[in-house]
Design a protein around this ligand. Structure first.
Ligand code: SF4
Length: 383
């Protein structure tokens, strides 16, 4: 039997007495906190937080759902949830190497809102709206700028392009947050995609299970399941985000056969150690979510304070691989700036190669050998 969304405890919050509304995703979005006063009613803000709020406003919009805000520590500025919410003065500073469009998406915009960068898949930026504006967002150049609603008309040219490009086998519906689209718009969009013979896979990119899990109600889950195979790509960054409400949301998807993968962004001071990633991924796997990527933070403008050196991600993977179940070890991924594509990184496991022999360092530090097949024997046996 499907579990209902858990009833929240709102005593001591500005929403006391609004328990019924609190479980309604539309109420959550409508009642996002968008002002310094609203933020200050829930969190104890430092003088620096207050000073940063106004100066950051022109750089990147501020908004957060009541649900996600209540996951943040009231007083501790280093809380991993709070750091994703509260603007910091560093956002104003553009550092060497940073770019407005770090993934070079604009140069691959094949039709309005459609990015065709890789041969067999394309990305539809279906909305610029999100339930929260994460302070490290890569697409901050466009996200939250106009808060435009996704509409049929907005998608028409993009879908026409996909229809005449049979090499596109997979369509990633993203944004913004794809699940900011209303159920009817989403159903219509997915239905149109399913009507294109060469589209085999649909991905839906969303942080809703993290930031507004009540969005995953029965109606939405049925809509996604109707257009299977649909892969939901979500974005948990810390175990603190893996709440009972999130678990209920994910159950609704997985029980209906919607596959859920997680992409974590490696963020300084939030999740940049092996224990944090292990704990997060244990929670995700227990909720039947596959940890897919650990993303190196992109070179978007004003987010250097969130970035870690490449060596940090490699160290984390080194500490996980072999020590914990392989189900908990994501691929460490760098999106090479300029739209050159993703590369995955692994620690140096190979110590030496010599003829047919490769020597490895294993997770215990032991050195072992692997022998390639003898090319002469292979020829004989194949004759
Ligand atoms: S939900 Fe995604 S697109 Fe929206 S602000 Fe956060 S990271 Fe950016």
């Amino acid at each position: 039997m499907l579990r209902p969304h858990p009833a929240p405890s709102l005593s001591g919050t500005p929403w006391v007495g609004l328990e019924d509304q609190f479980s309604d995703w539309a109420w959550q979005v409508k009642n996002r906190i968008t002002t310094l006063d609203g933020l200050g009613r829930v969190l104890e803000l430092t003088a620096e937080d207050r000073a940063a709020f106004d100066v950051c406003a022109p750089v990147f919009r501020f908004a957060v759902t009541p649900y996600y805000l209540l996951l943040a520590d009231r007083v501790d500025p280093s809380c991993p949830v709070r750091r994703q919410i509260v603007p910091q003065p560093e956002e104003r500073t553009v550092r060497l190497g940073e770019r407005a469009d770090p993934l070079g998406e604009e140069s691959f915009e094949a039709a309005p809102n459609l990015i065709h960068r890789y041969p067999d898949r394309a990305l539809l930026l279906a909305t610029d709206r999100c339930p929260i504006y994460c302070r490290f967002c890569t697409r901050r150049r466009i996200v939250g700028r106009t808060e435009r609603q996704g509409t049929k008309a907005l998608f028409a040219a993009a879908l026409d392009y996909v229809r005449v490009h049979p090499e596109i086998k997979e369509l990633i519906v993203s944004g913004g947050d794809a699940l900011m689209l209303g159920d009817q718009v989403l159903d219509d969009l997915l239905g149109q995609l399913r009507g294109i013979d060469h589209i085999e896979i649909i991905r839906v990119a969303t942080r809703m299970p993290v930031t507004c899990p009540m969005r995953i109600d029965d109606r939405l889950a049925d809509t996604l399941a109707r257009h299977k195979p649909v892969y939901v790509m979500t974005h948990f960054n810390h175990a603190k985000e893996c709440t009972e409400a999130a678990a209920v949301a994910l159950d609704r998807l997985v029980d209906r056969g919607v596959v859920v993968y997680n992409q974590t962004v490696l963020l300084r001071g939030i999740n940049d150690d092996a224990r944090a990633i292990e704990e997060l991924n244990r929670r995700l796997v227990s909720m039947r979510v596959t940890p897919y990527y650990l993303h190196q933070c992109d070179l978007a403008e004003g987010i250097e304070h969130f970035r870690t050196p490449l060596a940090k991600g490699l160290e984390i993977i080194d500490r996980l691989r072999g020590h914990v179940s392989g189900l908990l070890v994501p691929q460490l991924c760098v999106d090479v700036p300029g739209g050159l594509g993703k590369v995955t990184l692994v620690p140096e496991w190979i110590v030496e190669r010599e003829g047919r022999v490769t020597r490895f360092r294993t997770y215990t530090g032991a050195i072992g050998e692997y022998w390639d097949p003898d090319p002469v024997d292979s020829l004989i046996s194949g004759a």
